[in-house]
Design a protein around this ligand. Structure first.
Ligand SMILES: *Cc1c(COP(=O)(O)O)cnc(C)c1O
Length: 493
């Protein structure tokens, strides 16, 4: 199995090199040259636990890892850091299956991939005889940052630098990040929004002068953002696992198709579901759910992607994104694996902030539907689900749940549906409690967490208890223009 670039089809690299590099030289993203088919039957998959499913899926994407190497990475990732042996349990509420992806160390779905990425990366470095220290440079809309910090903290041969939009993440998200104490970690607030941070980080990756300076000092860059295939591949696993689980619990019949509805920002999570479908998992519709920053919804409606619009700060901050990086991979497949065409579209995006693929509209909609939900929709959904069945969802998951309700109003579809539940409600307790009862508005964030615990009759996760009284270690705030200087300074360049 080789990977090529969405912007240059002549690129051919091994899986481990694709993980090490993160991004292709000319700015494209790595995509597999072909899709492997699931190498076990659905009924066999139904008998597998999470780790076994992970091995089944990942071995065919990471073909230059030995069985021993890959199994060791999997064992180190999906262990007691998760608060349930199932790793990704399914909760049924109001006729829908919520795939809970928030049982890892930082209580958001980013843990699913970022628990394993450091191990994939250090293994890949060893395989390719790299003696360089890997510097992980990451822009975060809130959840990636902490999950990456937790994954890389103290990992030998790595350093991690995280940029987050100051004022653009939740209190709990910020506290989680700025209290990270290991000496190989650095966290910096940026005066700008997530897209500003992400664009600058991409620019730094492509900065030849910086790269040369780093190489001189024995460093190389890699990315923990969801553009790295080392993050994408582990995310395919939980869709396959969820299907097996539903089958083993006799909630579906073997081969029965399911819908998957995903609260979407950078388009990584839903792209992984699309990859699962390409592998042969019986998926009917992929429903892409947006919040008020509904650039993706508009794209799926019109075939035109246009980021020229106001950036809205919402109660689902991890989805406040106008440039969904991973969409480039879908575009590549939609235009027939044509890297010249993809490159042209991405250049249009860079120069004009938009591009259109109206001629490919049928292909675009072959697998995908899209809906969006505003705060009123989400607030009502959180409230009603709690009142009716006592199940509490977070604000991101609520976007998907409310969007799915809208989808059902438009389509008569009785396919069973899995909603990706991407964060613990504890991470967004303020917004969640506001939806359940506005009278809590005045309480402080940690008080609200205790109120949520009582209301939902669940324990406060360890991830929250850890940060209650933890000292702030990182307090640097900078302008966009200062990001490069701070990277150089921290590495002693
Ligand atoms: C990152 C994130 C999302 C969006 O996922 P993408 O892969 O970027 O589309 C949704 N919900 C939560 C809680 C997240 O952290």
């Amino acid at each position: 199995m080789y990977y090529t670039s969405t912007r240059d089809n002549s690129v051919r690299i091994t899986p481990s090199m694709a993980i090490l590099k993160g991004l292709s030289e000319e700015g494209g993203l790595f995509v597999p040259c072909e899709f492997p088919k699931l190498s076990a039957s659905l009924s066999e998959i139904a008998k597998m636990d999470y780790k076994e499913t992970a091995y089944l899926v990942m071995k065919d994407f990471l073909t230059d890892f030995t069985e021993e190497e890959l199994k060791s990475c999997i064992a180190k990732a999906y262990d007691e850091k998760f608060d349930t042996e199932e790793i990704a349990p399914i909760a049924e509420a109001d006729g829908v299956y919520y795939l809970e992806l928030f049982h890892g160390k930082t209580i958001a779905f980013k843990d699913m991939a970022l628990s394993i990425l450091p191990h994939l990366l250090t293994t890949a470095a060893k395989k390719n005889n790299s003696d360089k220290e890997t510097v992980i440079l990451t822009a975060t809309s809130g959840d990636t940052g902490k999950a990456a910090l937790a994954g890389f903290a103290g990992v030998k041969g790595t350093r991690i630098i995280v940029f987050y939009p100051k004022g653009g993440v939740s209190k709990v998200q910020e506290k989680q990040m700025v209290t990270q104490k290991e000496s190989n970690t650095l966290v910096i607030g940026v005066k700008g929004n997530f897209d500003d941070c992400q664009s600058k980080v991409k620019e730094l990756f492509a900065d030849k002068e910086l790269k040369a300076k780093m190489a001189d000092k024995g460093f190389c860059f890699s990315s923990a953002n969801s553009i790295n295939i080392g993050r994408l591949v582990p995310q395919i696993v939980y869709y396959v696992y969820a299907y097996g689980k539903l089958l083993s619990e006799e909630r579906i019949k073997e081969g029965e198709k399911i819908n998957v509805c995903v609260p979407t920002g950078n388009f990584g999570n839903i792209l992984a579901a699309y990859f699962a479908k390409k592998m042969g998992l019986p998926i009917n519709r992929l429903i892409c759910a947006s919040n008020e920053n509904k650039v993706l919804f508009d794209f799926f409606e019109s075939g035109e992607y246009d980021k020229n619009r106001e950036f809205i700060l919402t109660d689902s901050p991890s989805m406040d994104i106008l440039i969904s990086s991973n969409l480039e991979r879908l575009i590549y497949f939609i235009v027939g694996s044509d890297s010249e065409k993809t490159k042209k579209l991405m250049e249009d995006l860079k120069s004009a902030g938009k591009y259109g693929i109206r001629d490919k509209f049928p292909e675009l909609r072959a697998d995908f539907d899209a809906e969006y939900a505003n705060w009123d929709d989400c607030s009502k959904k959180i409230h009603d689900l709690y009142e009716n069945v006592g199940y509490v969802i977070d604000t991101h998951t609520a976007v998907a749940a409310a969007a799915y309700d809208k989808y059902l109003k438009k389509h008569s579809d009785n396919t069973k549906t899995v909603i990706a539940s991407t964060a613990s409600p504890y991470k967004f307790a303020r917004s969640v409690m506001k939806a359940i009862d506005p009278k809590f508005e005045k309480e402080d964030d940690f008080k609200l967490i205790d109120i949520l615990s009582k209301a939902s009759n669940t324990d406060v996760p360890a991830a929250i208890d850890e940060i209650r009284n933890a000292p702030v270690v990182h307090d640097t705030v900078c302008e966009i223009s200062e990001m490069k200087g701070l990277v150089e300074k921290s590495l002693g360049l």
